[in-house]
Design a protein around this ligand. Structure first.
Ligand code: PMP
Length: 423
């Protein structure tokens, strides 16, 4: 079973890109952690639906009715994919960032938030208007659970609290002990939201089995790059909160008051936070990807991806100048995401050379997780753009890193080319 990837073809594998050395080569997309290529199946489903596109929840015509049905069916498909419980809501958003900002806007007053400094900025930053405790980077999964237990034990046991944690790091690819962190949160009366942006494309994610209160992910990392994301989970805080956006679709009844003002009755379903015409194609594409991944089977997908992880690890281990970044230790389980630095190389030049000379697309930088990357590299904060590429002077520590990431549809040849190029 060397090429089980063929079971789930992705777009873009045959795209030719020019090389500085002359000629062309097929593009090797090894930047799935930023945005994964669309599954062929998603593209086909979207193309088949496109002629039938119509407004959702806003039209009496046949195509509007059909689109409304597809949109709501997409919600059910996502709920099924995520193993949602009765009463859970699935809100379609733009992305993981949008989903977590929506939850942050819906936090009840006085809710405290606990978050590890190692999070992606999308999980680290939205809570800043609440009382936030930032936890230091742990060095083992067990230490993460102990640190959370300790922090939660110190708080007012009758107060509301939320823990936000990632399922798989976008920098190291390492898996976080989500079930154990959820158990720790709940045993101290706190709730937990899972940032599954990097986990959901690679592993089954069940809110019921992991016992998390919410989960957030992005369509474009789940092979469905059509502009939608998801926040799914408990409805109570969401339906008590002010709508994320005020507007049509979120309101059930709007009327002028005798004093001249306006009274609004908001929906208490997911529609409360989906004001405006929804992105039906984005939602439909996510549902299509959920079904395709489920049908292909995560057992098959994980086994295939782990073959690729092993090949990359073994290849990089043969290059003494390469240091793979890891928080939990070299053997920690990880998804198909690895970051590394190369002694004597500026990471940005290295990544640029992989593209220009080999047609390989990776990412360089601090991966929107500045505190984590600095901890891993042992460097001090620098002033730079969010995804900028600071230069390390010769002989100095790298100030940023290179990330290679892959998943469904990645052929052996892409990984082999990458290892050859690094060597
Ligand atoms: N969380 C993690 C772990 C991520 O990797 C990313 C994207 N790199 C995000 C959140 C934010 O996702 P998006 O850019 O789709 O909002």
């Amino acid at each position: 079973c060397r090429d089980t990837s063929g079971a789930l073809p992705v777009l873009g594998r045959d795209v030719l890109v020019p090389l500085v050395t002359g000629g062309e080569v097929t593009y090797a997309a090894l930047d799935y952690a930023a945005s994964a290529p669309a599954l062929q199946r998603v593209w086909d489903d979207v193309a088949a639906y496109a002629p039938y596109y119509g407004s959702v929840h806003r039209g009496a015509g046949y195509l509007s009715q059909l689109s409304t049905e597809l949109f709501e069916n997409a919600r059910h498909a996502v709920a099924e994919f995520l193993g949602c419980r009765d009463g859970d809501q699935v809100v379609f958003t733009r992305s993981t960032t949008d989903s977590l900002n929506l939850l942050a806007a819906a936090l009840p007053a006085e809710c405290e938030v606990f978050v590890f400094e190692t999070e992606h900025h999308a999980s680290l930053l939205p809570w800043r208007e609440a009382r936030v405790t930032y936890l230091d980077a742990p060095h083992t999964p067990e230490e993460a659970v102990r640190a959370l237990e300790r922090a939660l034990a110190d708080r007012d046991p009758y107060g509301l609290a939320l823990v936000c944690v990632t399922g798989a790091s976008n920098v190291t690819g390492e898996l976080w002990p989500v079930r154990e962190l959820a158990a720790a949160a709940h045993s101290h009366g706190a709730r937990i939201v899972l940032d599954a942006a990097q986990l959901a494309p690679h592993h089954p994610v069940s809110v019921r089995e992991l016992d998390v209160d919410w989960v957030a992910f992005s369509g474009h990392k789940l092979y469905a790059p059509f502009g939608s994301g998801v926040l799914a989970g408990r409805g109570d805080w969401l339906q008590d909160a002010e709508p994320y956006l005020a507007g049509g679709g979120a309101s059930r009844k709007v009327a002028r008051r005798a004093d001249g003002g306006v009274d609004v009755e908001w929906h208490t379903t997911a529609a409360r936070h989906e004001a405006g015409s929804p992105n039906v194609i984005g939602a439909y594409a996510i549902a299509s990807a959920c079904k395709a991944l489920t049908e292909a089977g995560f057992d098959t997908l994980v086994a295939r991806e782990q073959q690729l992880v092993s090949a990359v690890r073994a290849g990089l281990a043969e290059v003494p100048e390469v240091r793979v970044l890891s928080l939990f230790g070299d053997d920690a389980p990880r998804v198909g995401v690895l970051s590394f630095v190369v002694d004597g190389w500026n990471s940005s030049h290295f990544a640029a050379a992989l593209s220009a000379e080999y047609g390989i697309g990776v990412r360089d930088g601090l991966f929107c997780a500045h505190p984590l990357v600095r901890t891993l590299l042992g460097t001090e904060p620098q002033t730079q753009g969010e995804c900028g590429a600071p230069e390390a002077a010769p002989g100095e520590k790298s100030l940023n890193a290179i990330r290679v990431s892959f998943g469904a549809g990645t052929p052996d040849e892409h990984v082999e080319r990458f290892v050859r190029a690094v060597k």
